[in-house]
Design a protein around this ligand. Structure first.
Ligand code: FES
Length: 106
């Protein structure tokens, strides 16, 4: 099974199993990683904001316009920010590293 790593706000890295077809948000919830995901993936919030490791960012499918619009509302936006609910695990993303942003807004 693919794996991915969450880097928590205090810098702790946690490698977890990342089942194919699940979103980064769903994987976080499965493992008790603190990403809110208030709208449960319907692109109506930005609380699933994650910062993608720069080495991985180019490997992701490009965000839709709707995702970009929601991302604009996220706190602590960085160059490699994405919405966790929109990133679906594939074999190509085995080893993905994402960081939790410093703060979120519901
Ligand atoms: S959970 Fe709301 S946009 Fe991702």
């Amino acid at each position: 099974m693919p794996k991915m790593t969450f880097v928590e706000r205090n810098g702790t890295a946690r490698e977890v199993d990342a089942p194919l077809g699940l979103s980064v948000l769903e994987i976080a919830h499965k493992h008790g990683v603190d990403i809110e995901g208030a709208c449960e993936g319907s692109l109506a919030c930005s609380t699933c904001h994650v910062v993608i490791d720069p080495a991985w960012f180019p490997k992701l499918v490009k965000p839709t316009e709707d995702e970009e619009d929601m991302l604009d509302l996220a706190f602590g936006l960085e160059q490699t920010s994405r919405l966790g609910c929109q990133i679906v695990m594939t074999n190509a993303l085995d080893g993905l590293v994402v960081k939790l942003p410093a703060a979120t807004r519901s």
